[in-house]
Design a protein around this ligand. Sequence first.
Ligand code: C6P
Length: 403
Amino acid sequence: MDINKIREDYPILQRQIEGRPLIYLDNAATSQTPRPVVEAIDKMYYHYKANVHRGVHTLSQEATDLVELTREKVRAFINAGSTQEVIFTRGTTEGINLVASSFGQMLENGDEIIVSVMEHHSNIVPWQLIGQRKRVTLRVVPINERGEIDMQAYEDLFSDNTRFVAVAHVSNVLGTVNPVKQMIEIAHRHGVPVLIDGAQAAPHVHVDVQDLDCDFYAFSSHKMYGPAGVGILYGKRYWLNQMPPYQGGGEMIGQVTFERTTFAELPFKFEAGTPDFVDIAAFGAAIDYIRSLGIDNIAAHEHELLTAAVDGLMGIEGMRLFGTSLNKSGVVSFLVNDISSYDMGLLLDKLGIAVRTGHHCAQPLMARYGVTGMVRASFAVYNTLDEVAAFVAATRRVADMLR
Ligand code: C6P
């Protein structure tokens, strides 16, 4: 891959921050958007804007075709068996809330849900909300010092009351790529369905939902070079057919009377209201973009950046890295001595470097490590080894200043 050529598709990367070239290392929060995706948004507004699935007129049919084309692109991207299993949402958060809220109605008092200690709040709080209505408890899988799931402890957590497992494919803080295929196999041996939070995996690792055999898989477009406001929930037809609708409204119905309503077929049963059809269509362009680069090429490049960053940071006195699993995606979280993550982030910004600081929406994980926040750098395909070197040098400089 010619990274300099790739960078030309991102005008934002030409920006100066505090008089220095922007080095954008907050890709796990959101990635930047290349020209073909922005052009797809423009094209929708300029030529195809019409509500979808509702009109006989040409514009509406064309807009509908573009949305359904994205559904097919997503199906192929994650190798789902059918487009009926691909639901458009607003993002990972909404996808998980959909499952927690809908599947949650089928749970009983005393049931247990297994999550891991490295989950993002999006994969903790929706399950706790069920617990407010029913006596459902969370059982939490611990991790070892490298930030890897303790598989024996995971297996030991299953009981006769376990009804669901919800785990991240890739941790947004540690970068750990969890052995989800094995975790799903274990859960299925106990007859328990599994939701995978794929927010940090879909942009970086090859996802095959049939090979994983997961029951649900949620992810967000805006972390995948796509527009904000769109997400995907994959769900096995077997479960989606049994689950009650998440929201009511237009599009999700079969027949409505004041006495009784029947619901639409999948996937529309779970898509109440007008979807974000402009951004959904543009998400199709983002998937084309990733496919044209090749997810394996992206992963290999990010791994090179990660290795350089880890090697460089380890040379800084007082450096503490969090998440040292061998199977790790392009995320590096750290603290230097007792320098607060906020101070470090603020001063890195003065040097033009965008990193994320704080608890990363993973407070239980922060508690596990006995800290309140970390500094996190996360990589995307357009980052370069020179940027990594500048980031390491800037971190050393700030650390020396604040020591
Ligand atoms: N993590 C981060 O900086 P949404 O906001 O719905 O697109 O994604 C939520 C989400 C769920 N799971 C994981 C593992 C995530 O990393 C995220 C988003 C961002 O780490 C923003 S908090």
